[in-house]
Write a protein that binds this ligand. Structure first.
Ligand code: NAI
Length: 286
């Protein structure tokens, strides 16, 4: 039986979520996506117009397909949490059942169960502001979208997961080391995500017999990273200073994600795995 994966946080073919989808599709998994509501129309029309066909190509020549594409907004758990201005926003109109609980219900109705849950999303409205200048609202928004969203997903999708299943998310080493420019509470959000990965590994491990890990990735010029502004400098810095001198390809992260959610990693849980060409082990720039 092919494994069933649900991936939250794909809205184009540039980010880690897409690369994880590809690595899992190569391994024979059936993929469903949760796409951020405001990005859904563009994603779907680009997909239909063939804009992603080149990046959909699998090694056997076929094109990666998605069983289901759901609208999703991971900062809301149920409709009761959705404020009026979002509910009536024109970018949300016409979509329904996009809160985390509702997406989990839809996935259950359509697929019954899943084996793999991927969290590849983050948002920090004040990411360009230093922590010292971050507002309470901005900080809490970063935590809500980038950290609590994982807890919410494990809460709601855990009951749908088959024993032996696995959860994976994406983090960044700004959790442990000072990365000037990664502001707005995003560094805090990644620290929380890594700590929560450990606690969820225990709690969801006992409750659902699933594993929970996170990948600490090196810099990639995704849409989210472009919004931070200093990604090209980070890519150059990483290239110049890492033990392995090459640019990180998204698929390298996708392949490690595929390993971590596979039986090959059946004893690995609660772990933060670096996939960063080794930059994290350097003490000072050479
Ligand atoms: P991306 O732009 O491809 O992915 C981020 C996705 O999150 C987008 O598809 C966006 O629509 C979605 N999203 C934002 N808010 C959402 C919400 N409320 N509900 C549902 N979806 C929402 O960018 P990337 O870089 O691939 O990001 C994926 C993960 O990788 C994030 O957790 C990011 O922090 C992490 N990461 C990225 C690094 C980089 O250099 N690009 C380095 C280390 C970690």
């Amino acid at each position: 039986r092919g494994k069933k994966a649900f991936i939250a946080g794909v809205a184009d073919d540039q980010g880690f979520g897409w690369a994880i989808a590809k690595a899992l599709a190569e391994a024979g998994a059936e993929i469903s996506l949760g796409v951020w509501v405001p990005a859904l129309n563009i994603f779907k029309s680009s997909l239909e117009r063939g804009k992603f066909d080149e990046s959909r190509k699998l090694s056997d020549g076929s094109l990666m397909t998605f069983s289901h594409i759901y609208p999703m907004d991971a900062v809301f758990d149920t409709m009761a949490d959705v404020p009026e201005e979002v509910a009536t926003n024109k970018r949300y109109a016409g979509n329904k059942n996009w809160t985390v609980a509702e997406v989990a219900e839809s996935v259950k109705a359509d697929s019954g169960s899943i084996d793999i849950l991927v969290h590849s999303l983050a948002n920090g409205p004040e990411v360009v502001k230093p922590l010292l200048e971050t507002s309470r609202k901005g900080y809490l928004a970063a935590m809500s979208a980038s950290s609590y969203s994982l807890i919410s997903m494990v809460q709601r999708f855990g009951p749908l997961m088959n024993e032996g299943g696995a959860v994976i998310s994406l983090t960044y080493n700004a959790s442990n080391r000072i990365i000037p420019g990664y502001g707005g509470g995003m560094s805090s959000a990644k620290a929380a995500l890594e700590s929560d990965t450990r606690v969820l590994a225990y709690e969801a491990g006992r409750k659902y017999k699933v594993r929970v890990n996170t990948i600490s990735a090196g810099p990639l010029g995704s849409r989210a990273a472009r919004a931070i502004g200093f990604i090209d400098d980070m890519i150059r810095y990483s290239y110049e200073n890492s033990p392995v001198q090459k640019e990180l390809a998204a698929i390298e992260v996708g392949n490690v994600a595929a390993f971590l959610v596979s039986p090959l990693a059946s004893a690995v849980t609660g772990h933060t795995m670096f996939v960063d060409n080794g930059l994290n082990v350097m003490g000072i720039a050479p």
